[in-house]
Each structure stands twice: as C-alpha cells, then as structure tokens.
Design a protein around this ligand. Structure first.
Ligand code: ATP
Ligand code: MG
Length: 419
C-alpha cells in the first residue's frame, strides 16, 4: 500500500489495524481503513503535505490517497478512565503492541505490516476461527474502563454470528450497571447499528439476556422487547429501512405511540425519525381501537384501514404494514381468534389505490369552497375538506371538482346553523 510505504520511507513504522484487518481475514467487505503509526501527527502531516486534522487530540489525521480517506493514528495508550467511558489522557507510545493492547476485542487488536505479516499478540485470529468475542485482557477491567464496550461486544456477536466468550459474559454481568455512565447518544448509535445489522433478532435477544438495557434510561428499558417477545419469524433482511426494523421491535414490545416517541428521543434519534416511529405505532393503536382485528367483513376492515391511514398519514400506515408483513407472528398476536382475515397484500392494494391520500390531492381547494358557499373562511373549511377526503379515499365520491363541490355545499349547508 502506497500510504504505508510513504510513512516507512520517512523512517517510521505503519500498519493496517482494527476493523479492516478483522474484516479482511473474515472475507467481509472493508469499510473504513485505519492505519496506526509511530509518527506523530505533525510528522504525518509533513510526509503528506495535505491532511485533515480529524482528531488531533487523539493523534488522528485523515490522509487522502487517490480520493479515498484513510485515518492515520499515532500509536497510543490510554491512561486512567475515571468516568467509565473516556480515558483521562491519551499518551503516545513508541510501539505497536502497546497500541494493540488498548483495543477492545482480540479480533480488533490485530495489525498487518507492509510485508503482509499478521501481528496478533492476543490470538485474535484463533478467536475468529473459534467464532468468539473475547476481550483483550480482563473483561471486567476493560468494561470497567469503558462501559460502551459491553454494547460493542453484543453488536459484534450479532453481526458476525459469534458467541460471547464466557469470561466476557461474566465481566458483563459484573459491570452492567456502568452502562448508566454512557451518553445516551452513544447507546442510541450502538442500538441503531444492531437494528440495522445482520441479525437484529440475535442482537436484541443477547441484549435482553444481558440485562444491560435495564441500566440505560427507563424509557429505553421499557420499549425494547424481551427475549420471548421478539418475533421468531421476523425476516429482517426484507427490511432495508432502519425505521421499519425499529417498528418491528417496538410492535413486538407492545409499545404505543407515546412510548415509541420517547424511546426515539431518549436515543437521540432526530425529530423526524421520532415522529415517523410514533406515527407507525399510532397506526397500530388506532387499528386496535377501531376494532380492525375483530372486523370479519372486508368492507368494514377496509373502512377502518383507510380511515386510520388518513388519520395517521399514509407513510405511517405503509411503515406499519411493512413491519407487520416482515413478521407475521405480530399479526397473529393481535388477532385473538387467529388471523384468518389478515391479508396484508389487500391492505397494501387499498393504500395504493386510494385516489387521494391528503387534502392536497383533492380536486377542490379550500378557497374554492369559500367562494362557492360565500361563507367566511374558518375552521369549517378544513373540516369540510377532511370529510370530502375521507369519502374520496373510501371510493364514495369521485375525485372530480363538480361532485366534490356539490357534496361540499350540502355539507356546509347542514352546518350553517351551527356556525
Ligand atoms: P466497524 O467500523 O465495522 O463497526 P471497527 O472495528 O472498525 O468496526 P470502530 O468503532 O471503527 O470499529 O473502531 C476502530 C477500532 O478501534 C476497533 O477495531 C478497535 O480496535 C478500536 N476501538 C474502537 N472503539 C473502542 C473502544 N470503545 N475500546 C477499545 N477499542 C476500541
Ligand atoms: Mg470502523
């Protein structure tokens, strides 16, 4: 590799380290490539001329080679961790081995030099073959230093389909309360990677077994499904939208809209995601309340479905449906007498075939209603449009100006006396 050769030519040591070494041995696609070096950041800068000072405090600069970014970090060790999450101080060290020893798991603590030889002081390669996640050094101590590592262990176990080493598991039991020291944003990012990863079912089952989330915020602990609640039939790979995966998890946990919104905010998801998840859970609650699962006639189910989709938004209805389709046992749990009437394709078609999904899709506008009736604009306009929309969506009225205006005149006429 050119970049490593350039550093070596300047008289320093440089190695590929961390995730890229692990993923290369596993034959997985490489994501970011990290390089560790004995050169200080200013020396790396002098070698390449132009670098991005990504994390100077931690000894990291980003070097671009043929347009690709590489993070180059000076060999370092970490000193005491008094807050259970961040080292109090980072110290640069001259040797690779010390740098590798600060890393979390044996398979993340390997390096490859320019000669292609693997530097593997903690037997990470053997652990990859045994398919276990094992800490570098004493698990209890390492989790004591940085509690986020407990979530990372579970994430890697699910992602790589590995087991957690026994000593790691007992370290986790001993230190799990320390998760409370980790910033919610970091917990959110890890849980989101688990939800978006190769096997969310396994990740959240391991998480439930670990008892870890009990020590995060109450809103998080309450909203995540227990092991028995996780749908065993979930086809996660059908869901590439992360929010749809979260919807499955929240539906499995029996969350409502308020709980879903609170979870999303606790995990520091952005407002738009929080609103989307809450809306999908609202669809679930509204359908139940309207008797969707008990309705035995198709027309009745269609009416409830369309009204709910209009009330919560068709996007939310679509998200709910996507989640429910990927985990059919969720529907079985909702329909007490079995789910003979659960026909998700039908619901999808009804949603697709709606002639208008919002008032902006109607063939009349509010100002036209005002002009037609000669009444003062007011809240009645929105109510009239909503009523027209529902009738159009249900197929009771064509979405054409003439019939809509006619229907509206009778609607406003009825209300005239109340205004
Ligand atoms: P991926 O990016 O695929 O999730 P990765 O192994 O590259 O996996 P990063 O979070 O990018 O993970 O970290 C890069 C490397 O830094 C890791 O391989 C590991 O050696 C080290 N590392 C990261 N986080 C920690 C931590 N909390 N404690 C100790 N070492 C860590
Ligand atoms: Mg990485």
């Amino acid at each position: 590799m050119k970049l490593i050769a350039s550093i070596e030519e300047a008289g320093f040591a440089a190695y590929l380290v961390g995730g890229c070494v692990r993923d290369r041995l596993l034959g997985r696609a490489l994501r970011d490539i990290d390089i560790a070096t004995s050169a200080f950041p200013e020396q790396v800068t002098a070698i390449f001329g132009k670098v991005v000072p990504t994390g100077l405090k931690h000894g990291t600069v980003t070097v671009l080679e043929d347009g690709c970014p590489f993070e180059v970090t000076t060999f370092r060790r970490e000193t005491a961790y008094s807050d259970g999450r961040h080292p109090d101080e980072v110290a640069f060290v001259p040797d690779l081995r010390t740098d590798l020893s600060r890393r979390d798991f044996t398979f993340n603590a390997m390096a490859v030099g320019s000669d292609g030889c693997l530097v593997d002081p903690f037997e990470g390669e053997a652990d990859l073959r045994r398919r276990v996640v094992r800490c570098v050094g004493d698990a209890r101590e390492r989790f004591g230093e940085d509690a986020l590592r407990m979530l990372r262990a579970i994430r890697f176990a699910a992602e790589l389909r590995f087991e957690l080493d026994e000593e790691l598991r007992s370290g986790l039991r001993a230190q799990r309360e320390r998760l409370a020291l980790v910033a919610m944003e970091r917990i959110g990012a890890e849980l989101d990677k688990m939800a978006g990863g190769a096997d969310p079912g396994r990740a959240f089952a391991l998480l439930a077994d670990s008892g870890l989330t009990r020590h995060a915020k109450e809103t998080v602990a309450a909203a995540l499904p227990g092991r028995a609640e996780l749908p065993p039939d979930a086809r996660w790979s059908e869901l590439d939208d992360e929010n749809a995966r979260w919807a499955v998890l929240l539906l499995a946990a029996g969350m409502d809209a308020a709980g879903a919104g609170e979870l999303a905010r606790s995990l520091r998801f952005n407002g738009k995601r929080a609103a989307r998840l809450a809306a999908a859970l609202r669809v679930d609650g509204d359908l139940r309340e309207a008797g969707f699962w008990e309705a035995t006639d198709e027309a009745g189910r269609r009416r409830i479905w369309i009204r709910t989709a209009l009330a919560c938004g068709t996007e939310a209805a679509g998200l709910w449906l996507q989640a429910m389709r990927a985990a059919p046992s969720l529907a079985a749990r909702r329909a007490a007498g079995g789910c003979a009437y659960w026909q998700p394709e039908r619901l999808a078609a009804w949603l697709r075939e709606m002639p208008a999904a919002s008032v902006s899709g109607l063939a009349v506008r509010g100002d036209e209603l005002v002009r037609l009736t000669g009444r003062k604009p007011g809240p009645w306009v929105a109510a009239a449009l909503a009523s027209l929309l529902e009738r159009v969506a249900l197929g009771e009225l064509p979405n054409e100006a003439g019939p809509l205006l006619q229907a509206a005149s009778s609607f406003t006429g009825e209300r005239e006396g109340e205004a």
